[in-house]
Design a protein around this ligand. Structure first.
Ligand SMILES: [Zn+2]
Length: 224
């Protein structure tokens, strides 16, 4: 399951962005004060500041063939990844419910959690948050900022929910993500929600076949 904004009091996106910008400006000014930073380097820093948002096309998806259903803006934060935050992880989740119920809570602004993608038992892929944005899925701010979250329809204690079609579709999705961001296909970079520091979630659980999944991701990488 997707879980929250992370440790500390959740802050609105605007607060967070202003805070980060102020921090960058303060840091740059301090560096100039000591004569460390050249004028052109300062200009580059300004150029890189948050607020230079990429053009967005309504309904666009990052994985060809995915169905787009927008999550509520309460469940993610606008960002410009990978320019503002590098992406070096995929976090695997299990919904603990149906695809429809996951879609419903991800569209509920009060839920305060959502993943980028949901993979159904039939292998269908629903994208609800763009990869350039930070989804609240890992329950850990820095892991949210650096990762893509993929939910899988089903329950951790029902291995039959993890169908061949689901494994294959999810593996194609993860293979594409790894290619886009140069993420190594291994268990250091493709992790379960249970492995996120500080989480009390157990998904994807003991029935998720990691060996099979990574093999499928590697096979899919040869074709994406
Ligand atoms: Zn989870």
């Amino acid at each position: 399951m997707s879980a929250g904004v992370g440790s500390g009091a959740p802050k609105k996106d605007a607060d967070r962005r202003i805070g980060r910008r102020a921090l960058l400006v303060g840091g740059a000014a301090a560096a100039v004060g000591t004569g460390v930073l050249a004028r052109d380097e300062l200009a580059k820093l300004w150029w890189r500041m948050p607020g230079v948002e990429k053009a967005r096309v309504e309904g666009a998806v990052d994985f060809r063939g995915a169905r787009w259903l927008a999550a509520s803006t309460g469940n993610f934060r606008w960002a410009d990844r990978p320019d503002d935050y590098g992406v070096d992880m995929v976090v695997i989740h299990v919904t603990q419910g149906s695809l429809a119920s996951a879609v419903q809570v991800f569209q509920d602004p009060a839920h305060r959690a959502a993943a980028h993608y949901i993979v159904g038992k039939d292998g269908g892929i629903t994208q609800m948050i763009r990869e350039l944005d930070v989804a609240y899925h890992a329950g850990n701010r820095s892991y949210n900022e650096r990762s893509i979250g993929i939910e899988h329809e089903g329950f951790v204690d029902r291995p039959k929910d993890f169908t061949a079609a689901m494994y294959a579709a999810s593996a194609r999705l993860t293979a594409g993500i790894c290619r886009r961001y140069g993420i190594p296909v291994d268990r250091e970079h493709i992790i379960g929600h249970v492995e996120v520091p500080g989480t009390d979630h157990t998904d994807p659980g003991e029935h998720w076949d990691w060996d099979r999944y990574l093999r499928l991701v590697r096979e899919a990488q040869a074709t994406v």
